[in-house]
Design a protein around this ligand. Structure first.
Ligand SMILES: [Zn+2]
Length: 300
Protein backbone atom coordinates (compact mmCIF):
# COMPACT_ATOMS: atom_id res chain seq x y z
CA UNK A 1 0.00 0.00 0.00
CA UNK A 2 1.31 3.43 -0.93
CA UNK A 3 1.21 6.05 1.75
CA UNK A 4 1.03 9.58 0.51
CA UNK A 5 3.55 12.18 1.66
CA UNK A 6 0.93 14.58 2.85
CA UNK A 7 0.00 12.09 5.50
CA UNK A 8 3.54 11.21 6.49
CA UNK A 9 4.58 14.59 7.67
CA UNK A 10 1.29 15.90 8.93
CA UNK A 11 1.10 16.98 12.56
CA UNK A 12 -1.04 13.94 13.18
CA UNK A 13 1.53 11.19 13.55
CA UNK A 14 -0.98 8.39 13.87
CA UNK A 15 -1.52 6.21 10.82
CA UNK A 16 -4.75 4.29 10.47
CA UNK A 17 -4.22 0.61 11.34
CA UNK A 18 -4.92 -0.56 7.84
CA UNK A 19 -1.99 1.43 6.50
CA UNK A 20 0.48 0.01 8.98
CA UNK A 21 0.01 -3.51 7.71
CA UNK A 22 2.85 -3.30 5.20
CA UNK A 23 5.26 -3.57 8.12
CA UNK A 24 3.99 -7.09 8.86
CA UNK A 25 6.84 -9.54 9.13
CA UNK A 26 9.44 -6.79 9.43
CA UNK A 27 11.30 -5.84 12.57
CA UNK A 28 11.15 -2.05 12.60
CA UNK A 29 13.85 -1.70 15.23
CA UNK A 30 15.43 1.41 16.69
CA UNK A 31 18.88 0.01 17.36
CA UNK A 32 19.97 2.56 19.92
CA UNK A 33 17.55 4.13 22.32
CA UNK A 34 18.04 5.30 25.91
CA UNK A 35 15.09 5.80 28.24
CA UNK A 36 14.80 7.28 31.72
CA UNK A 37 12.36 6.43 34.48
CA UNK A 38 11.89 10.16 35.00
CA UNK A 39 11.93 10.93 31.27
CA UNK A 40 9.11 10.75 28.73
CA UNK A 41 9.58 6.98 28.67
CA UNK A 42 6.31 5.38 27.45
CA UNK A 43 5.19 8.58 25.75
CA UNK A 44 8.41 8.50 23.71
CA UNK A 45 8.06 4.83 22.78
CA UNK A 46 4.40 5.37 21.85
CA UNK A 47 5.47 7.96 19.28
CA UNK A 48 7.62 5.19 17.83
CA UNK A 49 5.01 2.41 17.90
CA UNK A 50 2.26 4.64 16.50
CA UNK A 51 4.23 4.98 13.26
CA UNK A 52 4.87 1.25 13.04
CA UNK A 53 8.05 0.83 15.13
CA UNK A 54 7.86 -2.58 16.80
CA UNK A 55 11.19 -3.36 18.55
CA UNK A 56 13.89 -1.40 20.34
CA UNK A 57 17.39 -1.94 21.55
CA UNK A 58 17.35 -0.29 24.96
CA UNK A 59 20.88 0.75 25.85
CA UNK A 60 21.96 1.40 29.39
CA UNK A 61 22.23 5.14 30.16
CA UNK A 62 25.14 6.51 32.21
CA UNK A 63 24.23 8.76 35.15
CA UNK A 64 27.07 10.36 37.04
CA UNK A 65 24.83 11.56 39.83
CA UNK A 66 24.82 7.90 40.94
CA UNK A 67 27.63 7.25 43.45
CA UNK A 68 30.64 5.36 42.12
CA UNK A 69 30.21 2.58 44.68
CA UNK A 70 27.52 0.17 43.47
CA UNK A 71 27.22 2.18 40.26
CA UNK A 72 26.53 -0.65 37.84
CA UNK A 73 24.04 -2.49 40.06
CA UNK A 74 22.03 0.69 40.24
CA UNK A 75 22.03 1.75 36.60
CA UNK A 76 21.62 -1.76 35.18
CA UNK A 77 18.71 -2.29 37.58
CA UNK A 78 17.03 0.82 36.18
CA UNK A 79 17.48 -0.33 32.60
CA UNK A 80 15.97 -3.74 33.37
CA UNK A 81 12.95 -2.12 35.07
CA UNK A 82 12.41 0.18 32.08
CA UNK A 83 12.65 -2.74 29.64
CA UNK A 84 9.98 -4.67 31.58
CA UNK A 85 7.75 -1.64 31.69
CA UNK A 86 7.94 -1.13 27.91
CA UNK A 87 7.36 -4.84 27.24
CA UNK A 88 4.39 -4.98 29.58
CA UNK A 89 2.72 -1.78 28.46
CA UNK A 90 3.49 -1.74 24.74
CA UNK A 91 3.91 -5.47 24.02
CA UNK A 92 7.01 -5.08 21.85
CA UNK A 93 10.33 -6.95 22.03
CA UNK A 94 12.95 -4.96 23.94
CA UNK A 95 16.59 -5.94 23.47
CA UNK A 96 18.64 -4.94 26.51
CA UNK A 97 22.24 -3.77 26.13
CA UNK A 98 24.28 -3.39 29.30
CA UNK A 99 27.92 -2.57 29.81
CA UNK A 100 30.48 -0.05 31.03
CA UNK A 101 30.31 3.16 28.98
CA UNK A 102 33.80 4.45 28.11
CA UNK A 103 33.31 7.77 29.94
CA UNK A 104 32.51 5.90 33.17
CA UNK A 105 36.26 5.76 33.55
CA UNK A 106 36.41 9.47 34.46
CA UNK A 107 33.53 9.17 36.93
CA UNK A 108 35.47 6.54 38.87
CA UNK A 109 38.79 8.39 38.63
CA UNK A 110 37.17 11.51 40.07
CA UNK A 111 36.07 9.43 43.02
CA UNK A 112 39.58 8.03 43.49
CA UNK A 113 38.59 4.58 42.25
CA UNK A 114 40.62 2.71 39.61
CA UNK A 115 38.50 3.41 36.52
CA UNK A 116 39.44 0.37 34.48
CA UNK A 117 39.02 -2.03 37.39
CA UNK A 118 35.59 -0.61 38.20
CA UNK A 119 34.55 -0.85 34.56
CA UNK A 120 35.68 -4.45 34.52
CA UNK A 121 33.28 -5.21 37.38
CA UNK A 122 30.58 -3.61 35.21
CA UNK A 123 31.53 -5.89 32.36
CA UNK A 124 31.27 -9.02 34.48
CA UNK A 125 28.00 -7.90 36.03
CA UNK A 126 26.63 -7.48 32.50
CA UNK A 127 27.80 -11.02 31.72
CA UNK A 128 26.04 -12.34 34.82
CA UNK A 129 22.77 -10.70 33.72
CA UNK A 130 23.19 -12.13 30.22
CA UNK A 131 23.61 -15.59 31.70
CA UNK A 132 20.38 -15.02 33.66
CA UNK A 133 18.70 -14.10 30.33
CA UNK A 134 17.99 -10.57 31.55
CA UNK A 135 20.19 -8.85 28.95
CA UNK A 136 20.96 -9.53 25.28
CA UNK A 137 24.08 -7.58 24.38
CA UNK A 138 27.13 -5.86 25.87
CA UNK A 139 27.49 -2.12 25.27
CA UNK A 140 28.08 0.60 24.72
CA UNK A 141 31.68 -0.36 25.16
CA UNK A 142 34.83 0.87 23.52
CA UNK A 143 36.83 4.05 23.80
CA UNK A 144 36.05 7.64 24.74
CA UNK A 145 35.08 9.55 21.60
CA UNK A 146 37.45 12.42 22.32
CA UNK A 147 41.17 12.71 22.95
CA UNK A 148 42.25 12.69 26.54
CA UNK A 149 45.47 12.73 28.43
CA UNK A 150 47.33 10.63 29.30
CA UNK A 151 46.36 8.32 26.45
CA UNK A 152 44.96 5.06 27.84
CA UNK A 153 43.96 3.58 24.47
CA UNK A 154 45.90 0.37 25.06
CA UNK A 155 44.01 -0.29 28.25
CA UNK A 156 40.65 0.50 26.65
CA UNK A 157 41.53 -1.73 23.72
CA UNK A 158 42.49 -4.61 25.95
CA UNK A 159 39.22 -4.29 27.86
CA UNK A 160 37.42 -4.28 24.53
CA UNK A 161 39.13 -7.55 23.58
CA UNK A 162 38.06 -8.96 26.95
CA UNK A 163 34.50 -7.85 26.25
CA UNK A 164 34.57 -9.53 22.83
CA UNK A 165 35.66 -12.79 24.49
CA UNK A 166 32.74 -12.54 26.92
CA UNK A 167 30.37 -11.85 24.01
CA UNK A 168 31.75 -14.79 22.05
CA UNK A 169 31.45 -17.24 24.91
CA UNK A 170 27.88 -16.13 25.68
CA UNK A 171 26.79 -15.84 22.03
CA UNK A 172 25.77 -12.17 22.27
CA UNK A 173 26.64 -9.07 20.24
CA UNK A 174 28.74 -6.08 21.28
CA UNK A 175 27.56 -2.51 20.74
CA UNK A 176 30.49 -0.17 20.22
CA UNK A 177 30.93 3.42 21.29
CA UNK A 178 34.11 4.84 19.83
CA UNK A 179 35.53 7.86 18.08
CA UNK A 180 34.66 8.07 14.34
CA UNK A 181 36.58 5.22 12.75
CA UNK A 182 38.99 5.22 9.84
CA UNK A 183 39.27 2.28 7.48
CA UNK A 184 42.33 1.09 9.43
CA UNK A 185 40.52 1.40 12.76
CA UNK A 186 37.66 -0.76 11.43
CA UNK A 187 40.18 -3.33 10.20
CA UNK A 188 41.84 -3.38 13.59
CA UNK A 189 38.49 -3.94 15.31
CA UNK A 190 37.62 -6.74 12.99
CA UNK A 191 40.98 -8.34 13.75
CA UNK A 192 40.42 -7.98 17.50
CA UNK A 193 36.99 -9.56 17.14
CA UNK A 194 38.34 -12.49 15.14
CA UNK A 195 41.20 -13.13 17.55
CA UNK A 196 38.61 -13.13 20.37
CA UNK A 197 36.63 -15.73 18.37
CA UNK A 198 33.82 -13.29 17.88
CA UNK A 199 31.87 -13.02 14.63
CA UNK A 200 32.59 -9.43 13.45
CA UNK A 201 29.04 -9.25 12.09
CA UNK A 202 27.90 -9.23 15.72
CA UNK A 203 30.10 -6.25 16.49
CA UNK A 204 27.91 -3.20 15.91
CA UNK A 205 29.40 0.25 15.41
CA UNK A 206 26.94 2.64 17.00
CA UNK A 207 26.83 6.11 15.42
CA UNK A 208 28.56 4.95 12.24
CA UNK A 209 28.86 7.48 9.43
CA UNK A 210 27.18 7.01 6.06
CA UNK A 211 30.63 7.21 4.43
CA UNK A 212 31.68 4.12 6.46
CA UNK A 213 29.61 1.92 4.14
CA UNK A 214 32.42 2.19 1.59
CA UNK A 215 34.96 0.34 3.74
CA UNK A 216 35.36 -3.37 3.27
CA UNK A 217 34.91 -5.20 6.57
CA UNK A 218 32.22 -7.28 8.25
CA UNK A 219 31.42 -5.03 11.21
CA UNK A 220 27.71 -4.16 11.34
CA UNK A 221 26.97 -0.44 11.06
CA UNK A 222 24.25 1.37 12.95
CA UNK A 223 23.46 4.82 11.53
CA UNK A 224 21.42 7.71 12.80
CA UNK A 225 18.01 7.51 11.16
CA UNK A 226 18.23 10.84 9.36
CA UNK A 227 16.74 11.36 5.94
CA UNK A 228 20.18 12.02 4.43
CA UNK A 229 21.66 8.82 5.86
CA UNK A 230 18.67 6.88 4.58
CA UNK A 231 19.26 8.23 1.09
CA UNK A 232 22.99 7.48 1.31
CA UNK A 233 22.45 3.80 2.15
CA UNK A 234 19.80 3.07 -0.46
CA UNK A 235 22.09 0.87 -2.58
CA UNK A 236 24.12 -0.53 0.30
CA UNK A 237 24.40 -4.29 0.66
CA UNK A 238 26.28 -4.55 3.94
CA UNK A 239 24.56 -5.17 7.26
CA UNK A 240 22.95 -2.03 8.60
CA UNK A 241 20.73 -0.74 11.37
CA UNK A 242 19.03 2.61 11.89
CA UNK A 243 19.03 4.24 15.33
CA UNK A 244 18.01 7.45 17.07
CA UNK A 245 20.34 7.51 20.11
CA UNK A 246 17.37 9.18 21.79
CA UNK A 247 18.36 10.09 25.37
CA UNK A 248 14.93 10.85 26.84
CA UNK A 249 15.74 14.19 28.37
CA UNK A 250 12.35 15.96 28.70
CA UNK A 251 13.91 19.27 27.61
CA UNK A 252 14.92 17.99 24.15
CA UNK A 253 14.30 15.35 21.49
CA UNK A 254 17.98 14.53 21.05
CA UNK A 255 19.89 12.96 19.46
CA UNK A 256 16.95 12.59 17.06
CA UNK A 257 13.27 12.07 17.96
CA UNK A 258 12.05 8.58 18.92
CA UNK A 259 9.73 8.17 15.92
CA UNK A 260 12.57 8.65 13.40
CA UNK A 261 13.15 4.99 12.50
CA UNK A 262 9.54 4.16 11.47
CA UNK A 263 9.39 7.56 9.71
CA UNK A 264 12.39 6.56 7.64
CA UNK A 265 10.82 3.13 7.02
CA UNK A 266 7.81 4.90 5.56
CA UNK A 267 10.11 7.15 3.55
CA UNK A 268 11.96 4.12 2.13
CA UNK A 269 8.72 2.27 1.41
CA UNK A 270 7.24 5.21 -0.33
CA UNK A 271 10.18 6.67 -2.27
CA UNK A 272 12.57 3.85 -3.15
CA UNK A 273 11.99 1.35 -5.87
CA UNK A 274 14.18 -1.27 -4.23
CA UNK A 275 12.45 -0.76 -0.86
CA UNK A 276 12.11 -4.51 -0.33
CA UNK A 277 15.86 -5.11 -0.45
CA UNK A 278 16.61 -2.33 1.98
CA UNK A 279 13.74 -3.40 4.25
CA UNK A 280 15.02 -6.99 4.30
CA UNK A 281 18.47 -5.79 5.26
CA UNK A 282 17.53 -3.17 7.88
CA UNK A 283 14.38 -4.72 9.27
CA UNK A 284 14.85 -8.45 9.08
CA UNK A 285 18.24 -9.92 8.17
CA UNK A 286 20.43 -7.61 10.24
CA UNK A 287 18.40 -7.77 13.47
CA UNK A 288 18.10 -11.55 13.18
CA UNK A 289 21.79 -12.03 12.42
CA UNK A 290 22.87 -9.79 15.29
CA UNK A 291 20.35 -10.57 18.05
CA UNK A 292 18.97 -13.95 16.97
CA UNK A 293 15.54 -14.94 15.75
CA UNK A 294 14.39 -15.87 19.24
CA UNK A 295 14.51 -12.23 20.32
CA UNK A 296 11.80 -11.30 17.82
CA UNK A 297 9.68 -14.42 17.80
CA UNK A 298 6.48 -12.48 18.35
CA UNK A 299 7.07 -10.45 15.15
CA UNK A 300 8.20 -12.93 12.51
ZN1 LIG B 1 24.14 5.84 23.38
Amino acid sequence: MIIRKAKLYSKELILPDAEMKFFDGFIIIDNHMHLREEGRLLEAVRRFTKLGGNAINLVNLPDYSVPAAGYYEKIYGRTLRIADKVRNELKIPVIVTLGPYPLDFFHFQKNSIDGLEAMRTGLYLAEKLIKESKANAIGEIGRPHFEYSPDRSDEFNSMLAEAFKICASNGVPAILHTEDLSKEAYDKLEETAKSSRMDPARVVKHHALASDINYKNSITLSLLATRQNTRDIRECKRRLFLETDYVDDPSSWKVIPPESVPKRAIFIRESMENWQELFSNLFRDTPIKVYGEESFRQLI
